[in-house]
Structures are given as structure tokens and as C-alpha cells.
Design a protein around this ligand. Structure first.
Ligand code: 4AD
Ligand code: MG
Length: 475
């Protein structure tokens, strides 16, 4: 029976006959083949008796070739591995011309690998990152299912703009000859859905409708934003996890966010040990190449353990503004955006200052000014702030955004009017406030930002298989 590399490496049944398939990573001294099949970061060493192997076959054992091997599992005397396979027969399943195959056994730049995103999964770094991504995804479903949440599939095509930011990709079947209204605008009544539609920017509003029947739900789906941000933390297509809870206020919401993040990171620490050990070494080496003041004073594993073991610091927006106004980089005009007064929107430089320099731990900021946040957030008694919360992480900035929702019909209607949103568009959302309304809250976690933090990768494009960013949708 065929076995995976991880099964063979963990096996202690020596002298058993084994069969394995995988890809050649390296072939040295015409004798030692390192085979990897993606089941683990580690390769298995297969030893060929080259004197008794056809020279034509030996020539075809090149980096990237797919091979099928039969042999005996033996204890290895060599350094770096406990078992190896003594090859009895080897078949080349698919050749890989060394003159052409881009992924050679040497260090490739992340930029080069992005251009070869269809092959980059065959490197140690990307296979480690993507295995961790898969484990984290499983942990997300496990956490919510174990805590009484139901997974809810929000629609991907929608007529609503949940965040009100207008950064949406249009969905239409109308072409260049689209029918026009009398005023020259496109007549979407004649479009496929009979109205203007777009790819979802958030499943929240629909999740709220289900929370008002199932009490605790969560979405985990693709999310699209046409914001022209060419940063290391933004994608045009990303995956978001959005829990929504009836009968839960902002404090309860913060408790769940913190507990959830700690759970999934702890799950990765326990279930991705080899991959994290590899990425930890990589992280430490990368940090050494940075200028001293930008260097992280913790290794990747230390950072992950720190998050799991410490309380997140909860700070109001108003307190944060006071800290920022009086801090050195603000006084010395080192920030790109200087904080002068209450009401200013926080940029990632401010968020990172609070987390990395001031509090030196993850921070949950809450009670933001109403006018820099979305329409659906619950207005506080002061009439100036809303029950919003953002979770801020070192190196990442905002990893979670959420709020307690406005459950009072009259207040919500006022908000909608003030923001010139068409009430008719949100009739079903307003219905929730008419029939059995209740305090409820939720948040959104950007899955790629979580994967970025857990793997220590500095660019978000390197934690999703095929990144979509401005001017880039190859593959
Ligand atoms: O703060 P945001 O915009 O919040 C919402 O969409 C709410 N509807 C969530 C809710 O309350 N249910 O986005 C939530 C998170 C951010 O904190 C960030 O981690 C991630 O989604 N995110 C992005 N990740 C990658 N690329 C982008 N362009 C992102 N925009 C937001
Ligand atoms: Mg946000």
C-alpha cells in the first residue's frame, strides 16, 4: 500500500516494504533523493543503488520530477533523519526539465515566487504557510461549532453595501450596449437581477437576520473590496469570518473575539509544530536583515505564545487619542498623519504605535466617534460615540472590526437618513428592529491577516494561494 511521507517518517516498522509517490526536491551524489509530497515540511531520504540502476533513469531524477518508489524502510545512520528508504525500484511519473523548471533548490525571492504562484506551493515556505492556513480554517469551524454557533452561508452577490464605503465590484451581464434610462444612466431593471448588484463586502447584514432566529451564527466566506490600496495588508478578494450573536452586548463581543483568536492560535501552536518551527527560523533570519530599530524583539513562536498567554488591553478611543496626542512621534511630527484632535480617524501607524510601543500587547479599542464608523453601530448615551471595537495586533494593526448593533428602530432610521442612505434598500434590515428586536453584536476577522500573524509572513499576498490586488488577477 502507498504511504505518505509523514506516515513513513513517523513509522518505526523497519524492514517493511513501502511504496511512496512524491516530487524530487534534490538529488545528490547520484545516490540520495529527497522526496516531498506535501504531507509534511520534511523530506524523506531515498537511497538509490546507482550501480544497479539504469543510467537513463538516473538522469531523469531531477528537481521537480514526480516519482514512484518502492523499497524498504530502514533506520538511517545519516544526520538529520531517523528513517530512510532503500530504493528497490523507481519509476519516473512526470519529468521536470532542469533547464526550464523555475523552482530550483536555492532561495527564491517572494516576488519571484508570486510570479510563479502556481508552482510556489512546492517550496518549504509556501507549503508550511498553506498547511497552517488549512489548520486555522478548521480551527475556526471547530471553535464556533463547539461554542453553539451555526455556520451561515451569506450570499456572495448582493444588492446591499454593508460597510457603506462604496468600494464594490459590480455584477452585471449588461455589456457595451446596456439599455439606458432617459437621463442616460444604465437601466439596471433590465439587468440579470432586475437591479444593481455587486460582490459582497461583508456578510454581516444577512448574518444579523439569521442571528435573530438562530441566536449565534458565523459566516466564513470570500469578501470583495475594490479599494485601491496597494499595501502589505490589503487584498481585493479576502476571506472574512463574521460571528453574529443575539442577546450579546459589546463587552460580550470583546470577550468572544479575544477567546476565539487565542483558541485558533493555540490550535495552530499545538497542531502545526514542525511548520511553525520552520517559519520561526525563517522569521528570525528575516528580522536579522532589518535595521535594528525595526527588528522584532520576539521570535515568531514567542509572539504567538505571548498573544495566547496575555490579556488583550481594552482602551477607549478617547483614552487612545490622549495617548497619541502626547506621544513622542506625534510631538516630533514623526507620524505621517499628526493627531491633533478628538474625532481623527486612526491610521495603521497610530494603531501600531499603541500596540507595539505603548501597551506592548494586543489592544481592543472601543467607543469610536460615530462619524468615522458604519451606520449600523449602536449610538452611546453621549450621542457622539458608537459601540464599536477594533482588535489591534503587533505588525498587523487592525485584525478585527466589530460592534454592538443599533437595535432601536427610531435611532437607526435617523442614522440612515443623516447618511443619505435609501431606507427602501434596507427594508428587510429595518424589519429586524420592528419584530422582536434585541441587543446583538458581532465582528469580522480578516482570515488572511490572522494567517499573516500566525506565520510571520510580512506580505498578505503570500498567505493566500492566488492574491487579487489592483492590476493583478493572474492565474
Ligand atoms: O472592519 P471591517 O470593514 O468590518 C466589517 O466588514 C464588519 N461588517 C464586520 C462585522 O462586524 N461583522 O472588516 C473586518 C476585518 C478587518 O478588521 C480586517 O481584518 C479585514 O476584515 N479586512 C481586510 N483584509 C484583507 N484585505 C482587505 N482589503 C480587508 N478589509 C478588511
Ligand atoms: Mg474596520
Amino acid at each position: 500500500m502507498q504511504q505518505s511521507v509523514i506516515e513513513l517518517l513517523q513509522s518505526k516498522q523497519f524492514t517493511q516494504q513501502v511504496a511512496l509517490k512524491g516530487w524530487v526536491r534534490t538529488f545528490r551524489a547520484n545516490r540520495f533523493i529527497a522526496i516531498n509530497d506535501g504531507s509534511t515540511i520534511h523530506n524523506i531520504q531515498c537511497v538509490v543503488d546507482f550501480e544497479n540502476t539504469d543510467e537513463e533513469i538516473l538522469k531523469r531524477i531531477t528537481t521537480g520530477a514526480a516519482v514512484s518508489i518502492k523499497g524498504t524502510l530502514v533506520e538511517s545512520l545519516g544526520k538529520g533523519q531517523s528513517v530512510e528508504v532503500q530504493v528497490e525500484s523507481i519509476e519516473i511519473l512526470g519529468d521536470s526539465n532542469p533547464e526550464e523548471y523555475p523552482i530550483q533548490p536555492k532561495k527564491h525571492s517572494l516576488e519571484f515566487l508570486r510570479e510563479n504562484a502556481h508552482l510556489r506551493i512546492r517550496t518549504n515556505t509556501f507549503s508550511a504557510v498553506m498547511r497552517i492556513r488549512a489548520i486555522l480554517s478548521f480551527a475556526v469551524h471547530k471553535y464556533f461549532t463547539e461554542n453553539g454557533f451555526f455556520n451561515f452561508h451569506a450570499p456572495i452577490i448582493t444588492g446591499s453595501d454593508a460597510e457603506g464605503a462604496g468600494e464594490m465590484f459590480k455584477v452585471t451581464t449588461l455589456g457595451a450596449n446596456a439599455p439606458k434610462n432617459e437621463d442616460g444612466s444604465i437601466d439596471y431593471k433590465q439587468d440579470f437581477f432586475g437591479k444593481e448588484t455587486n460582490l459582497t463586502v461583508s456578510g454581516q447584514l444577512e448574518a444579523e437576520t439569521y442571528a435573530m432566529g438562530l441566536s449565534k451564527v458565523y459566516t466564513f466566506g470570500p469578501t470583495f473590496r475594490a479599494e485601491n490600496s496597494n499595501t502589505t495588508r490589503h487584498l481585493a478578494e479576502f476571506w472574512m469570518i463574521e460571528p453574529e450573536m443575539a442577546f450579546c452586548d459589546l463587552d460580550g463581543n470583546m470577550d468572544v473575539a479575544e477567546d476565539f483568536i487565542k483558541y485558533v492560535i493555540r490550535y495552530a501552536l499545538e497542531h502545526c509544530k514542525d511548520d511553525l518551527a520552520f517559519l520561526n527560523d525563517r522569521f528570525v533570519k528575516e528580522e536579522q536583515n532589518k535595521p535594528a530599530q525595526e527588528r522584532s524583539d520576539m521570535s515568531l513562536l514567542e509572539k504567538l505564545n505571548f498573544v495566547v498567554d496575555n490579556n488583550f488591553k481594552r482602551v477607549s478611543y478617547t483614552e487612545a487619542i490622549e495617548i497619541l496626542r502626547n506621544c513622542k512621534p506625534n510631538q516630533k511630527k514623526k507620524f505621517q498623519y499628526i493627531i491633533n484632535e478628538w474625532g481623527a480617524d486612526l491610521q495603521s501607524e497610530h494603531e501600531r504605535f499603541l500596540v507595539e510601543k505603548h501597551f506592548k500587547c494586543p489592544v481592543i479599542l472601543f467607543d469610536y466617534p460615530a462619524n468615522i464608523k458604519a451606520f449600523y453601530m449602536r449610538l452611546n448615551e453621549d450621542k457622539k460615540t458608537v459601540r464599536a471595537m477594533d482588535v489591534l495586533f503587533p505588525g498587523i494593526g487592525e485584525i478585527v472590526g466589530g460592534s454592538q448593533r443599533e437595535e432601536r428602530l427610531d435611532v437607526l432610521k435617523e442614522k440612515i437618513k443623516a447618511l443619505h442612505i435609501d431606507e427602501k434598500e434596507l427594508w428587510w434590515y429595518l424589519d429586524l428592529r420592528k419584530f422582536g428586536t434585541a441587543v446583538h453584536s458581532g465582528f469580522g476577522l480578516g482570515f488572511e491577516r490572522l494567517v499573516q500573524f500566525t506565520t510571520g509572513m510580512s506580505n498578505i499576498r503570500d498567505v493566500i494561494p492566488y492574491p487579487r490586488t489592483p492590476q493583478n488577477a493572474e492565474f
